[in-house]
Design a protein. Structure first.
Lengths: 88, 170
């Protein structure tokens, strides 16, 4: 690999870390919003016993998983950055 | 996770019950406060630096790095900032024994802008360690490298004993 290619790949890896951080933040905000909306719906449905139904629990779980997946991807992006750029 | 304003998750004015996500934000923000970006690297071999020549020091080892700011493989002279903010950079550089000339440390930002952070007269009889300190506002992707300049009249073995970047405030 030429020095230029190495630096290009280095910069890509660095940017990938930033992109992953943004996804973690975005996915968290969506997860938080979904939780608040779903909880609010349950409270309006029955203020004394605001229990979530199965569909609502699944929706929250899905968004939580998306947040967790984004955190895993961030950790992987950080590892790739630290591993540097080597000849394949 | 980077700092998130708790108000963006729940504003107490709109309701009396803080949602669970608000607790997540508080927890993550506190975790950021107790473990802000920090990176400390060093070189365990030393490198030969010619007389009267500006040289960039390598760091082939790490003490700690909690924000993917350094690689020991590629561009290992750099501490690269991943979280924007105000940073303090410090270093200790050891010069081989020589009582002639001066020992100068500069920090180079993004491969272009150099700032002299320490300069000392040579000390004879033993290896000489020169410390330095530097505070600077860093954006995402900005990086700092340690450079040295020595005028002993010959080559010296120079070792980056420690090079640390610590997040101060955003």
């Amino acid at each position: 690999m030429t020095e230029e290619e190495i630096q290009e790949r280095w910069e890509e890896n660095r940017q990938a870390v930033q992109d992953a951080k943004t996804r973690v933040l975005t996915n968290f905000r969506v997860y938080a919003l979904v939780r608040e909306q779903v909880s609010g719906r349950a409270r309006r449905r029955d203020p004394r016993y605001p229990v979530l139904n199965a569909e609502e629990r699944t929706l929250i779980d899905q968004h939580r998983e998306a947040w967790e997946d984004a955190k895993t991807e961030l950790a992987e992006a950080q590892e790739r950055f630290k591993a540097g750029v080597v000849e394949e | 996770m980077s700092y998130v304003d708790p108000d963006t998750v729940h504003n107490p004015a709109t309701g009396t019950v803080a949602p669970a996500a608000w607790g997540d934000v508080i927890r993550d923000d506190l975790e950021f406060l107790i473990d802000p970006p920090a990176c400390s690297v060093f070189d365990n071999t030393g490198q030969s630096v010619a007389d009267n020549t500006l040289a960039t020091l390598n760091a082939n080892s790490e003490n700690f790095d909690n924000d993917a700011m350094h690689s020991t493989v590629t561009n290992n002279s750099r501490i690269t900032v991943q979280t924007a903010g105000r940073y303090e950079f410090t270093s200790r550089v050891q010069f081989g024994t020589s009582g002639t000339g001066r020992r100068t440390i500069t920090y180079r930002l993004n491969g272009t802008t150099s700032t002299t952070v320490a300069s000392a007269a040579a000390v004879s009889g033993a290896a000489q360690t020169v410390p330095s300190f530097f505070k600077i506002v860093m954006g995402v992707g900005d990086y700092i490298e340690v450079q040295v300049f020595q005028t002993s009249g010959g080559s010296l073995t120079v070792t980056l004993v420690e090079f640390t970047g610590l997040f101060i405030t955003r």
